[in-house]
Design a binder for this molecule. Structure first.
Ligand SMILES: Cc1cc2ncn([C@H]3O[C@H](COP(=O)(O)O)[C@@H](O)[C@H]3O)c2cc1C
Ligand SMILES: O=C(O)c1cccnc1
Length: 333
């Protein structure tokens, strides 16, 4: 049987809700902890959010997983990146040898890290000429992401590597949120003004060549395998009630596809950071997400999200480890 995009829809629909009992218990616990109400700011919201998804009033982050997906893009032939397409495969080797930024950040966050290279010797088609991927290719990439999630993990970071993919991400954002290429492209790996204008024009041609605005059709037409795989992993995490930390601009477009299928499909996601890629803030805003960190990163690979693991873990260390007013014999005002 030929795989079709409805196969993806069916899996996105496997969506357990947040555990309201655990969330309510976590909120009650938060109110009893030895601190003035609200004094831990967003850490408190983070802990309650996480507790609801994990179904436990006082959980910890013990087994985070970072997954990096890599794919090659046909549009690199249009001169949309400051780096050549071969860098994708070279960086995959670097990930495997432990030499990339994400290797250090994953290790520093005590996270397991997995790398999935998706058919690097078969780049997607140039989307200015028609769809980047067939429904079957897109579904296969989504499956790779779906199957890459460790069912025992308790916090998932998805990241990507794919020269040219800021152009693909901008095209997805434009198709799903409106506007033209110029509204969504950024400098990616560092293209100059000519490169930026070329990216905008490539996105505009991609939008014209691929008229469907159905979210999953957009994913196939303008996405890349690594973007479809991130969408698959995010959806799988939801089916397992595993909270997800989103990374930068590219990762956020994978979440946006799910959000456009059903806005609740990314309720288990949190924005790890705000990328320096200019349109990221608007993208997060469209999903109602507020980034945790703002460090001027513009790397991808899951780097900003991996940094945010520390914050989520710290939030749960306080929430689950602190004494209550009663336990500590502190007057609660
Ligand atoms: C050495 C190197 C390592 C990277 N790690 C992530 N990216 C990032 O840059 C790429 C997107 O930018 P553009 O659309 O301009 O090609 C993606 O691979 C992304 O993950 C890298 C890029 C390079 C060059
Ligand atoms: O925000 C990102 O994901 C990003 C930005 C620039 C280059 N690569 C990734």
């Amino acid at each position: 049987m030929t795989a079709t995009l409805p196969d993806i829809s069916a899996r996105i629909a496997q969506r357990p809700d947040v555990d309201m009992v655990a969330r309510t218990a976590a909120r009650a616990r938060n109110e009893m902890l030895t601190k003035p109400p609200g004094a831990l700011g967003r850490l408190e919201d983070l802990a309650i959010w996480y507790a609801g998804w994990r179904g436990h009033a006082a959980p910890r982050v013990l087994a985070p997983q970072v997954i990096v997906f890599a794919g090659n893009h046909g549009i690199t032939g249009q001169g949309v990146s400051a780096f050549p397409a071969e860098v994708t495969a070279q960086m995959v080797a670097n990930f495997q040898q432990g030499g990339a930024a994400i290797n250090q950040l994953a290790r520093d966050a005590a996270a397991r890290m997995d790398v999935h290279a998706l058919e690097l010797d078969r780049p997607t088609e140039d989307f200015t000429q028609g769809p980047a991927m067939s429904a079957q290719d897109c579904t296969a990439a989504f499956d790779t992401g779906w199957n890459a999630v460790d069912v025992t993990t308790d916090l998932l970071v998805v990241g990507e590597m794919g020269i040219g993919n800021t152009t693909s991400a901008a095209a997805i954002a434009a198709a799903l949120l409106g506007g033209s290429g110029a509204d969504w492209v950024g400098r990616g790996t560092g293209v100059d003004d000519d490169g930026l204008a070329r990216k905008a024009e490539v996105v505009d041609r991609g939008l014209a060549a691929n008229p469907s605005r159905d979210p999953l059709a957009v994913l196939a037409a303008l996405g890349g395998r690594e973007i479809a795989a991130m969408a698959g992993a995010i959806a799988r995490a939801r089916s397992l009630r595993i909270p997800v930390v989103l990374d930068g601009f590219i990762c956020s477009t994978a979440a946006l596809v799910l959000h456009r299928v059903d806005s609740d499909a990314v309720a288990h996601c949190l924005a790890g950071h705000l990328s320096a890629e200019g349109a990221h803030a608007r993208l997060l805003n469209a999903m109602g997400l507020e980034p945790l960190l703002d460090l001027g990163l513009r790397l991808g690979e899951g780097s900003g999200a991996a940094l945010a693991i520390h914050i989520v873990r710290a939030a749960l260390a306080c929430h689950s480890g602190m004494a209550t007013f009663d336990e500590a014999g502190v007057a609660d005002g």
